[in-house]
Design a protein around this ligand. Structure first.
Ligand SMILES: [Zn+2]
Length: 438
């Protein structure tokens, strides 16, 4: 199996839904093909499907029974397909992988997501003319970006199939951007498909009105065994390393791959897992907090440095830096504003990168205390961190289940506080003190 869905690890149910939808979409295109002139009338597809959301869901149940592969058996060729989708699931479960795979299946010349045709290839490579991808680099997606996107998404697909917009991290839409998007989803052009990715359909992540217009594809945290399997098969990683990394990454596929391949990522993890041992007093707790924050800052700085430099150089070239002609003075006046914009964007991206790095560390730390808790409870589950299992076992003896749980909660509260915009250093210091005191 090397089709576009092959990399969706441990998501059989979601894949079945998406295959069915792709088949329905292909059937819709076939049905529309003999009457190309109808394409001008948006009511042909848009209005019908819009109003009949529930009916569609009921119909797709019938298609279910007919078997996922046979789209011609369905009573209505459009039953499995709709204009707007939300892919939800925990980080690393493959939300954006699923959205891209589905986009490829929609653009596939065979309508299946074969993985080999130009439609599949260009979509997965990010070069398909009718697939637009929004990956927010900063903390939010602004209204201007969204308006421009919605406008372009309304055009007729140049490849004759679908015009697709993928929005990663749709939970980072500003309210205004969300409203711009909602308008487009409410009155979708007949051939436009929106694919949103968000952690959940909780109102904090996605507005209730947008959610009500979308079909939801829930992804689950893939089991460690499935993650290890894909690391071995696709990335050629040795089975024992793959198994260790899959467990340590707690179902996050990208994180598992990084741990298996990147020695620096492993060192950072080792440093985080040394924290419980180092908490011997108040001073040590503050030291550990500083070390954790500084490590996250350093990691983030390294990850954005290259992009920052390239953007600055590109802007300087565009502005004709160093020019002495008559136009140069005028260009420089506009340049100040553009440089300021760029700096603002880069700062927002750096903040995001720091939070992401810190969150990865906190997830590792939570895994350690979760191990201590399961051991204190003598629960028959495998430890997250096999390499610190002995240390977690010692903790379990000392703290018992209650103390282990309190510590696990301290880590989770720290994550929640940072998510709610508490200053990271303050949240981490409070957590370290709680971990020390128990
Ligand atoms: Zn294909």
């Amino acid at each position: 199996m090397t089709d576009v869905f092959a990399d969706l690890v441990g998501q059989a149910e979601a894949v079945a839904t998406l295959r069915r939808a792709a088949a329905s979409a292909a059937a819709l295109l076939r049905a529309a093909a003999p009457a190309v002139s109808r394409a001008g009338a948006p009511a042909a597809g848009g209005a019908d499907r819009d109003g009949g959301h529930d009916d569609l869901d009921a119909l797709s149940g019938q298609v279910d029974g007919a078997g996922p592969a046979d789209d011609r058996a369905g009573a209505d060729p459009g039953a499995g397909m709709t204009h707007a989708w939300i892919f939800t699931g925990p980080p690393g479960s493959g939300r954006s992988v699923a959205a891209r795979a589905f986009a490829a299946a929609l653009q596939c010349v065979h309508g299946t997501g074969c993985g080999h045709c130009p439609g599949c290839h260009t979509t997965l490579a990010g070069t398909h003319a009718d697939v637009r991808l929004v990956v927010p680099e900063g903390l939010s997606i602004g209204v201007n970006e969204m308006r421009a996107l919605v406008l372009r998404a309304a055009s007729t697909p140049s490849g004759g199939r679908w015009q697709i917009v993928i929005i990663e991290d749709a939970d980072r839409l500003t309210e205004a951007a969300g409203n711009a998007l909602l308008k487009a989803i409410e009155e979708p052009p007949p051939r436009t498909v929106f694919l949103l990715c968000a952690p959940s359909t909780h109102p904090d992540d996605i507005s209730v009105t947008i959610r009500s217009r979308c079909r939801v594809v829930p992804l689950r945290q893939p089991p460690a065994g499935a993650v290890a399997e894909v690391l071995v098969r696709r990335d050629g990683i040795a089975p024992d390393v793959a198994e260790w990394a899959a467990a340590a990454a707690q179902g996050h596929v990208g994180r598992a791959r990084r741990l298996a391949r990147d020695p620096e990522a492993r060192q950072r993890r080792d440093a985080v897992l040394a924290v419980p041992r180092r908490l011997t007093g108040v001073g040590a707790a503050f030291d550990a907090a500083s070390a954790l924050i500084e490590a996250a800052e350093a990691e983030a700085a390294a990850s954005v440095a290259e992009a920052d430099e390239a953007e600055r150089a590109a802007l300087q070239t565009a502005l004709g830096a160093g020019g002495t002609g008559r136009g140069a003075a005028g260009a420089m006046r506009g340049a100040a504003g553009q440089l300021k914009d760029l700096e603002k964007r880069q700062k927002s991206r750096a903040t995001r990168a720091q939070r992401d790095a810190l969150d990865r560390a906190l997830v590792d730390l939570a895994g350690f205390y979760r191990d201590a808790l399961t051991m204190a409870l003598r629960a028959p589950v495998a430890p997250v961190h096999t390499d610190t299992a002995a240390l977690a076992g010692a903790g379990a003896q000392k703290w018992d289940a209650e103390g282990s749980l309190r510590r696990l909660e301290a880590v989770l509260e720290c994550r929640a506080a940072i998510e709610a915009n508490v200053k990271p250093r303050i949240a981490v210091e409070a957590m370290m003190l709680a971990l020390w005191k128990g």
